[in-house]
Design a protein around this ligand. Structure first.
Ligand code: GUN
Ligand code: ZN
Length: 436
C-alpha cells in the first residue's frame, strides 16, 4: 500500500556526477527523457525510467507528472546575507561606502526578533520562489537574527547553513559585538543549532576590517571546538578593502595571511569573492582546500572586479557560485549563472551550460561537503528538487522553437530564466514554492 509520504515525480531528469567538459561528456551527467523519482519520507528511494519506477512503486502511489519540464536537484546558494533582504538594489558607490551607507544600518534592525522573523518569511519565500533549496547565510551580529533564520528554516524543513556575523570594530556600535561576546554568542548558537534537524552552524567573522585580532582568534577557537562547523568570510573583493586590511594587519604577508594566522582556513572554509589574489594566496588556498566563492551579480553591482575561475581552478582551488544578496542583485541562481557567464566571457573563459548547472547543484554541494545529502538526484539523498520550464515566457518559448539540444535548453534557462521558470521547488519531497 502507498502511504502519504510516498510519491512519484515524472519528468525529464538531469543530475550530475562530476564537472562535465561538454555535452558529449556523458560520464559526468545522467539525463533521462521520460524519467521518474520515487520519493519516500523526504528522500529519493529510486531513480530510473518512468516505466521502471512505476513498476516498483507500491500500488496507488501518487504520481506528479511534470512532463515536459526538467527535474533537477534544488539549486544551492553558497553565500548570501539574510539581513540584507532590504538592502538589495541600494544605489551606492563601491563596497565600503555601500556597507556604511546601507548595510550596517539595515543589519542593526535585527536586534529586534520580530523584525528578524518578518524578514525570514520574506527571505525563504524568495529562495523557494527562485528554486533555491539550500543556502549559506550571514545573519546579523545579533543572536536573535540567527534564531529567526534557523527557526523559519526548521518550519520549512530546509537544509540551511548560517551563523552570527562576528564584527567588533569599524562599524556603528549597534551593529557590533565584542571579541568576548561574539565568542560566547557564537558558541551558544552553534551548541543550540548545529546538527539540530537540517541546520548547520557556520562560524562567521564578517571580514578582517570589522574584526580585531582578538575576535579572529576567537573564531579560530570556535572552529577548534566545533570541528564540524564551516567558516565563512570575505576576502580580496575590493582594492580599498585590501588597502585598509593591510593597514590594520601590517604584519600579515597579505590578506589571506590574516585568516591563515588565526587558523581559519580549511576544506570547510568559504571565502567570498577571491578576486584580487596573489600567488602566495593561491598556493595557500590550494594547500588548505579552502573554497573560493564567485558572486557575479555582486561583483558587477559593486564594481569589484572579475573572478578568475580558470586561474583559480588551474591552481587547484575549489570554487563555488553564489548570489551574495544584497550586494548581489538577484536571488535567482539562474540569473547568477548568466551574470557569471558574462564575467567569464570578459576573460575569454566560456562556461558550458552543463558546467553551469553542475556548479549550481553538485558543484556547490561538494564545495559545502554536503553532496551525500543534497545536490544530486541520487538514491539515498534528500528530495530537495527544482522543476524548470525553459518556455516560461514568450521570449523563452520563441527561442526554444529552434533549440535542439539539452545544452541549448539549459543555456536558454540560464540566460533568460528567473523565478518564472521555476514550476515547483520541493523540500524533502514536499511542494514548497510559495503562492501555489
Ligand atoms: N564584505 C564585508 N561585508 C560584506 C557584505 O555584507 N557584502 C559584501 N559583498 N562584501 C562584504
Ligand atoms: Zn557577502
Amino acid at each position: 500500500m502507498a502511504d502519504q509520504n510516498t510519491k512519484i515525480l515524472r519528468g525529464r531528469l538531469l543530475t550530475f556526477s562530476s564537472a562535465p567538459q561538454g555535452e558529449e561528456d556523458t560520464q559526468a551527467y545522467s539525463y533521462e527523457e521520460d524519467g521518474a523519482l520515487l520519493i519516500s519520507n523526504g528522500q529519493i528511494v529510486a531513480r530510473s525510467s518512468y516505466k521502471d519506477v512505476a513498476a516498483l512503486a507500491p500500488a496507488g502511489t501518487e504520481i506528479v507528472d511534470h512532463r515536459p519540464h526538467l527535474i533537477l536537484p534544488g539549486l544551492i546558494d553558497t553565500h548570501i546575507h539574510f539581513p540584507q533582504a532590504e538592502v538589495i538594489a541600494s544605489w551606492a558607490d563601491q563596497l565600503l561606502d555601500w556597507l556604511n551607507d546601507y548595510t550596517f544600518p539595515a543589519e542593526m534592525k535585527f536586534t529586534d526578533k520580530a523584525h528578524g522573523a518578518r524578514i525570514a518569511q520574506e527571505f525563504y519565500d524568495a529562495l523557494l520562489s527562485h528554486g533555491t533549496t539550500t543556502s549559506s547565510a550571514y545573519c546579523s551580529s545579533h543572536p536573535n537574527s540567527v534564531d529567526a533564520y534557523f527557526e523559519e528554516a526548521e518550519r520549512r524543513s530546509m537544509l540551511m547553513l548560517g551563523g552570527k556575523t562576528m564584527m567588533d570594530r569599524n562599524a556603528p556600535t549597534g551593529a557590533c559585538d565584542t571579541a568576548q561576546s561574539s565568542y560566547d554568542d557564537s558558541k551558544a548558537l552553534a551548541t543550540k543549532w548545529h546538527g539540530r534537524g537540517r541546520a548547520h552552524y557556520v562560524v562567521t567573522p564578517r571580514f578582517a576590517i570589522t574584526s580585531t585580532p582578538e575576535q579572529l582568534e576567537a573564531a579560530g577557537c570556535l572552529l577548534t571546538e566545533f570541528p564540524g562547523c564551516h567558516l565563512q568570510t570575505h576576502i580580496n573583493e575590493n582594492h580599498n578593502e585590501i588597502t585598509f586590511t593591510k593597514e590594520l594587519y601590517p604584519e600579515a604577508p597579505d590578506y589571506l595571511g590574516v585568516y591563515e594566522k588565526f587558523g581559519l582556513l580549511g576544506p570547510k572554509t568559504l571565502l567570498g569573492h577571491c578576486i584580487h589574489m596573489n600567488e602566495r594566496e593561491l598556493r595557500v588556498m590550494q594547500e588548505t582546500g579552502s573554497i573560493a566563492v564567485f558572486c557575479p551579480t555582486s561583483n558587477l553591482f559593486l564594481g569589484s572586479g572579475l573572478f578568475n575561475k580558470a586561474g583559480l581552478e588551474d591552481a587547484g582551488i575549489r570554487t563555488a557560485i553564489a548570489t551574495d544578496v544584497g550586494g548581489g542583485t538577484n536571488y535567482s541562481m539562474l540569473r547568477t549563472l548568466d551574470e557569471g557567464y558574462k564575467v567569464l566571457q570578459m576573460q575569454r573563459q566560456r562556461m558550458h551550460p552543463l558546467t553551469s548547472f553542475y556548479w549550481a547543484t553538485l558543484g556547490n554541494a561538494d564545495a559545502l561537503s554536503l553532496s551525500d545529502k543534497i545536490g544530486t538526484l541520487d538514491v539515498g539523498t534528500d528530495a530537495d528538487i527544482v522543476v524548470l520550464n525553459a518556455k516560461a515566457t514568450p521570449t523563452m518559448a520563441l527561442r526554444m522553437e529552434t533549440v535542439e539540444t539539452l545544452s541549448g535548453e539549459l543555456f536558454v534557462l540560464q540566460t533568460l530564466g528567473d523565478d518564472r521558470a521555476v514550476i515547483e521547488t520541493y523540500i524533502c519531497g514536499q511542494p514548497s514554492k510559495p503562492g501555489r
